[in-house]
Design a protein around this ligand. Structure first.
Ligand code: UD1
Ligand code: MG
Length: 465
């Protein structure tokens, strides 16, 4: 017994009017296809993803997710060639499903992102099941025709339906579990003799239902809503946001303005976290207990330990922030930033590949790239690590309890020893030993009354007022 999933993702998505394949359009930062793949149980033999339009982009996305460990089971892409319909998509999978020894197939659409994992698990455990939903306005969805006892009797696409069939409100969600033998046989007899001249998977499902019982489970409409247009995408994002935010509220998170706070599906929030308005948390993000995230902040693929205070308008990307650290307002932490506890990063400070030890501070206007900064060190306003010589990047190593005066340029590679003191306005090009005082300044000149003399000369020479 082996269940294999097939995810349909080859369609063009004409109504999205986009260069990006439909299944890569995001909902709260994650592509629709990734949402679908993530719902699959870990014990599944494999998942086939049927691709064609935008194939290179979809394959690159699949590779990236695999590398990040985001895929629950092995994923194999199958190129459909010119897509001739959902039934044709399954037909091109026949050799691969045979090779994998599939006994049962679970079929999902790559453009239906919000089916709960528990529902997909039920589908994967079922012998023969179709997921349906009841819609006030069934629109272009296929209509579900049932026997008196509820079993599936037939499926009719809206474009092929009689007026009586079109009046049916129970529609096909496009998610099925079927025995492979029976489906395989039905696929071989498909024709495209219909309004859209397509090979319909629905015809094959209906054919299986003629030979054996196929159950129908009715789900909540948002569980099976498809993304066919930007309007659908927006509606799905709203549904996902409301679901995710409500779940975190029950876990002890305060949202000051839940409608403008976008928390992705791979975000984990601790207790007593406070999220101010207009925040976006995307990718794999962990926010520890007691953190406060300030208004307008964007955090991607990062880890915040407990009690971190992020003041408004910070951007944090692929960074680690230790307990009790304070960031911002207006700080930018870039990839590879790694802060210990109690670090302060103030306004207009940018960090990249910066390892800062306990209690280090850079409170104003600095660029700290490719650097390690020891515990208790203070970086003054306007300090820059000059890490790039136009060809290569170099590191700046700063010891413990160092004082780097304001407006200092540290020309890398350079090392500053523990306890050193660098005078404001210095350009440091040579290593500074521990406890040394380094200064590089042009000596100051002073002329008594010089300002008055200069001003009178300036007035005479310009003649302008
Ligand atoms: C399909 C169903 C319809 C159901 C609806 C649910 C058929 C004939 N109709 O209609 O009964 O109510 O889904 O959302 O199956 N795709 C391919 N290859 C193709 C065509 C489509 O991979 O040749 C993929 C698309 O990328 C998409 C999915 O299959 O992810 C569904 O295709 P779509 O064109 O959106 O079908 P619907 O018209 O929505
Ligand atoms: Mg669709």
């Amino acid at each position: 017994m082996s269940t294999v999933a097939v995810i349909l993702a080859a369609g063009l998505g004409t109504r999205m009017k986009s260069r990006l394949p439909k299944v890569l359009h995001p909902i709260l930062g994650d592509a629709s296809l990734l949402w679908v793949l993530r719902t699959l149980p870990r014990d599944l033999g494999a998942a086939l993803v049927v691709v064609h339009h935008g194939k290179e982009q979809v394959l690159a996305a699949l590779e990236g997710w695999k590398a990040q460990g985001l895929l629950p089971c092995p994923v194999i892409a199958v190129d459909q060639g010119e897509p001739l319909g959902t039934g044709h998509a399954l037909q091109v999978c026949i050799p691969e499903l045979d090779r994998l020894g599939a006994s049962r197939v679970v079929i999902l659409c790559g453009d239906v992102p919000l089916t709960p994992p528990a529902t997909v698990a039920r589908l994967c455990a079922a012998e023969a099941l179709l997921l349906a939903m009841d819609l006030e306005e069934p629109g272009s969805y296929g209509r579900v025709i049932q026997q008196a006892d509820g079993r599936l009797a037939g499926l009719v696409e809206a474009k092929d339906a009689t007026p009586e069939q079109r009046a049916v409100h129970r529609v096909n969600g496009g998610a099925y579990a079927l025995p492979w033998n029976a489906l395989r046989k039905a696929l071989q007899n498909l024709t495209n003799d219909n309004a859209q001249k397509e090979f319909y998977l629905t015809d094959a499902v209906a054919a299986v239902a003629r030979d054996q019982a196929v159950a129908v489970e009715v789900c909540a409409p948002e569980d099976l809503a498809g993304m066919n247009s930007r309007l659908d995408q927006s509606a799905l994002q709203t549904a996902a946001r409301q679901r995710i935010n409500a779940a975190w509220m029950t876990e002890g998170v305060t949202f000051l303005h839940a409608d403008s706070t976008l928390v992705g599906p791979r975000v984990s929030l601790g207790r007593d976290v406070v999220l101010e308005p207009s925040i976006r948390l995307e990718g794999t993000v962990t926010v520890g207990d007691g953190c406060c995230v300030g208004q307008g902040t964007v955090i991607t693929d990062s880890v915040l330990a407990e009690d971190v205070e992020i003041r408004p308008y910070c951007v944090v990307d692929r960074a680690k922030v230790g307990p009790g650290s304070k960031l911002g307002p207006f700080a930018r932490l870039r990839e590879g930033t790694d802060l210990d506890g109690g670090v302060h990063i103030g306004n207009f400070v940018e960090t990249k590949k910066a390892r800062m030890h306990k209690g280090a501070k850079a409170n104003h206007l600095a660029y700290l790239g490719d650097t390690e900064i020891g515990a208790g060190t203070n970086i003054g306003a306007g300090v820059i690590t000059c890490n790039y010589d136009g060809v290569n990047k170099h590191r700046t190593l700063i010891g413990r309890n160092v004082f780097v005066g304001s407006d200092t340029q540290l020309v890398a590679p350079v090392t500053i020893g523990d306890g050193a003191l660098i005078g404001a306005g210095s350009t440091i090009t040579k290593d500074v030993p521990a406890d040394a005082l380094a200064l590089s300044r042009v000596p100051q000149t002073l002329r008594e009354g010089g300002a008055t003399t200069l001003r009178s000369r300036q007035k005479k020479s310009t003649g302008l007022s």
